[in-house]
Ligand binder design. Structure first.
Ligand code: FE2
Length: 391
């Protein structure tokens, strides 16, 4: 932070973080200590976690201590309010009293949202729109299998209301997971495309919180740590000394993701996330991290004009010698992580630009105003148009 006059923040992360290879074996012990008697394992419908044996591994670990383990394996990318309602109903019917979420952001956010709605009653839609707040939540253990979202350590649960085309975060201090078990061995099986996309999500969290209006000494520290770890992996992959499979790479990225998750818990995100949520609301098939990467090169050109001094600090962390060439650095990160795609490939055309901006302004205005000096429609139009054209 360049200006410390009047600096002020609160820090109370109510999540116990258990980090390291093999720590997933501790899940039952953690669930017992939370007083859970009947856990629901919440996970994805895609099949890759099942195929790689991750679901069985966690189920077995739970069954060593729990007679009755329920499995809800219906979570899809960009989970909807209906899906959360379905999980709430499942918890009720099965008589469960705690959740273990295994997966990427979709599984963990579905569980976080359901933990609140189950206790508060009503429909998920009401919590998304702020009609209901909720005062308590079921205990939840989050076990991320990607190194991107950082949702295991923050108060956000991103859910989509398809009727309104609104992809918004439920924000509640009650939905912090009680325990985050970050076991990098789950991430060894991520394919290269997802590895790049989820790493970029973590990088976007770190960059956006660091460059935000609400950055503070604590979020800055966690954001810089995440950027440092991701920069190290990027440089290694660029010079050929590292790959996704190199020893320690997943561990570094897992830590970067968790650290960036704490950074956004403090200081939120900004333009990239506002626009990406709008894109995913229109095309739920779009992977969040990839959507961010497709917007990022044009975003970098806009943000480097707004906060040049802050941006040059980031370039330094990457070891760059040209502090005013942030956008070139970001384009190269996108290239090295294999994320060079255009929004056009995902069905977006120039005639959609105004709808995307209107959606972001309507539902993600808080993120847009988290940018120093705010952001004008012309700047947003530039970012989205360039990203559709793949520039
Ligand atoms: Fe994100």
């Amino acid at each position: 932070m360049s200006d410390w006059s009047g600096v002020s923040f609160r820090f109370n992360l109510p999540t116990k973080v258990v980090f390291g290879r093999g720590t997933s074996g501790e899940v039952a012990k953690e669930a017992l200590s939370l007083g859970i008697r009947v856990p629901v394992l919440v996970t994805t419908a895609g099949g890759s976690l099942r195929r790689h044996g991750h679901i069985d591994r966690v189920e077995k670990a739970l069954k060593r201590y729990f007679q009755d383990v329920k499995v809800f394996d219906r979570v899809t990318t960009n989970p909807t309010t209906d899906l959360v309602d379905e999980l709430v109903n499942y918890i009720r019917v099965e008589g469960a009293d705690g959740l273990v979420a295994l997966g990427g952001g979709s599984a963990i956010d579905t569980a976080k949202a359901a933990s609140l709605v189950f206790m508060g009653g009503g429909r998920t839609k009401d919590y998304l729109l702020g009609v209901r707040k909720g005062k308590e939540a079921l205990p939840l253990i989050a076990m991320p299998t990607t190194h991107g979202t950082g949702t295991e350590v923050n108060k956000y649960a991103v859910v989509t209301d398809p009727e309104l085309s609104a992809k918004v975060a439920i924000v509640s201090r009650h939905i912090y997971p009680k325990v985050a078990i970050v076991d990098p061995s789950f991430m060894d099986t991520l394919p290269p495309s997802l590895s790049g996309a989820t790493t970029f999500d973590a990088l976007a969290h770190a960059l956006e919180s660091y460059l935000s209006k609400s950055v503070n000494p604590l979020s800055e520290m966690f954001a810089l740590e995440a950027i440092k770890q991701i920069a190290l992996v990027y440089k290694g992959m660029k010079d050929g000394s590292l790959s996704w499979g190199s020893p320690g790479v997943r561990d570094r990225l897992a830590w970067a993701s968790t650290a960036a998750g704490i950074a956004i818990d403090q200081s939120r995100t900004g333009i990239l996330h506002a626009l990406e949520h709008a894109l995913s609301a229109f095309n739920p098939e779009l992977h969040h991290g990839l959507g961010l990467a497709m917007l990022a090169a044009a975003w970098a050109k806009v943000i480097e004009r707004k906060v040049p001094d802050r941006v040059s600090e980031i370039v330094k962390v990457f070891g760059g010698s040209k502090p005013d060439h942030f956008h070139e650095l970001i384009s190269d990160v996108i290239h090295v992580f294999g994320l060079e795609k255009s929004l056009r490939e995902y069905g977006f055309e120039e005639e959609d630009v105004d709808d995307i901006i209107e959606n972001a302004r309507t539902y993600l205005g808080a993120l847009l105003s988290n940018v120093p000096g705010g952001v004008g429609d012309e700047e947003l139009r530039f970012i989205v148009t360039e990203s559709i054209l793949g520039r």
